[in-house]
Design a protein around this ligand. Sequence first.
Ligand code: XMP
Length: 326
Amino acid sequence: MEIRRPDTMERITTKELADRFIAEQIELLKKQIGNGKVLLALSGGVDSSVTAALLIKAVGSQLVCVHVNHGLLRKGEPEQVIDVFRRQMNANLIYVDATDRFLDKLAGVTDPETKRKIIGSEFIDVFAEEARKLDGIHFLAQGTIWPDILESEHGIKAHHNAGGLPADLQFELVEPVRILFKDEVRVVGKALGLPASMVDRQPFPGPGLGVRCPGAITRDRLNAVREADAILREEFANYGLEGKVWQYFTVVPDFKSTGIREGKRTFEWPCIIRAVNTRDAMSATVEHLPAELMDLLVKRITSEVPGINRVLYDYTPKPSATIEWE
Ligand code: XMP
């Protein structure tokens, strides 16, 4: 029988309520899994991280986490996943650096939806290959949350049941956070001891920096978008904007303009900064950044990021623009 969120369920807003949920889930997970082995695709996002932390508490080394680095993650993300889960939580973590594989498949591909499809299907291939190397896995854990269920029931979004895995890899699903809303997942994550930088992180699309490198992705432009994004996140944190602005990132488009550096002509990319606020991502307003912060961002990005000679601010709400550029 499908587990549903009871209409009367109290919203989990405190550590006490989170601890109670955690204790209940640990009992349920132990009962469901017994001595079985569980596989989990750990992206480092909030939902999969909290799912992993709950399962580690419940079944420890019976959980096998697979972290696929598709080469489109933000600076420091794979390192954080390895540090938190392998070192601090002692998890059974398989780390797959598939950067070359993804970037080779994406080489020369300009259409945004084709890029998304390649990234999605390659991800499933890499994960399936890792799953086939393992023996005796009976369960697949997923960080499905309650809005995913509601949205798939209302036909808004297809919920990827069992991750779209091929027919020879069918597992029983384990979904310990499926009755929770996002804010509750964060409270539970904190109670489980996950770092705030992981639990409170801003939304990050599955295709990652791939959609912030419009047109055909090249390694040098991908590096520019990753370095500029790291500077943006650092300075937003310094200005106390972390956790206050809903989503902020950089985009490095595939064209160049003339500039000047140390008396010499340059011909380099612009870097576009985007910072938006929204409730549901269906519409969004632009955050008005302090001029002092803008000046600092321009100075740091143009001097520290190779290949960037201009910085622009995207002042467009959604609609008419979408939040991402692709
Ligand atoms: P847009 O660009 O449609 O974005 O205004 C709305 C929100 O969705 C995120 N987004 C994605 N998330 N896969 C994801 O997992 C995607 O392909 C994708 N595209 C956009 C975007 O970051 C924003 O938060």
